[in-house]
Ligand binder design. Sequence first.
Ligand code: SF4
Ligand code: SF4
Length: 352
Amino acid sequence: MGAIETARLIGPRATTSLVSRASTLASTAEQLAVLQRLPISDFTTKLTPTAIDIFQINVGKLCNMTCRHCHVDAGPDRTDEMMSRDTIDLCLAALDGTEARVVDITGGAPELNPHFRYLVEECVARGKHVIDRCNLTILLTGPCRDLPAWFAERGVEIVCSLPHYRKRNTDLQRGDGTFEKSIEALRRLNAAGYGKGDPRLRLTLMHNPVGAFLAGDQKSMEKEWKEGLEANHGLTFDSLIALNNMPISRFLEWLEASGNLQPYMELLVNAYNPGTVQGLMCRNTLSIGWDGRVYDCDFNQMLELGARYPDGRAAHIRDFNPAGLGARSIVTGRHCFGCTAGAGSSCGGAIA
Ligand code: SF4
Ligand code: SF4
């Protein structure tokens, strides 16, 4: 078996951040140039926004882990990119000017932001449905150990990354020992009442493929995972969402290094599904970066493709104008094929 074929099967391993290694791909311009050099079609679908339903707030790039597929290039070294309390207050003021129902808090490991609990409390007090995008292992670290019960008191939905219900596949993508820690964190969430069918205490698992292929069928995976986690570990959860890996940041690096970039992009382009367009998350979501810049989605944020008002001004949370943003054109690029391939992919899972 050749090196490329082996890499396709075993997928990416845990790594360090592109920034810490001074990789050329730490530059978002270089990432876009790499995609643009490929002999594939451009993404030409025009995307227009609907009303803002979801505020996705990325509170920073600091993370206790360094997964190879990470589209944020997060890691323990990313201490500089951290949303300040002032910017959080600007986000809350902006939120008050919309009808958004959901606040989706992400990172990095969002729990590591010193103002994380303040943000959650303020959103809960406003009657918003709050989602914490949690990597599970963070719940075992000192200051976060009480979070399962703390979240439960506030009805926060937990969306946790777990690449697979088998140890080998999970540790390959996220690092040795991740699986055992994740299982222990799930046990604590179950003990706090999560994942048992209570609509106030929803526990959602999030799967990314461990390699250069599309996410499998979400419904059948959910059934298989429920059976596997219950039989092997006595664990329960409410639902599973499956996301395609985006060809950006560290997954882009792995695709290039393993010789999978061209085949993966061809796979995405050939699997383009127009039926996903209506449900793309960039249409009803706004993504806010740690420094207050506003984006159409978390992926555009990581490529520094900022949202712009119709007059060309870059959008920032300090001069937030929802009506103006409603008239914008969504910024697209070849990375968008990651969202429209197959059953589609969004922060809420499959689309079509
Ligand atoms: S846990 Fe999430 S944010 Fe942290 S390195 Fe892994 S994929 Fe990135
Ligand atoms: S990356 Fe996905 S969510 Fe973001 S603009 Fe492109 S299609 Fe929309």
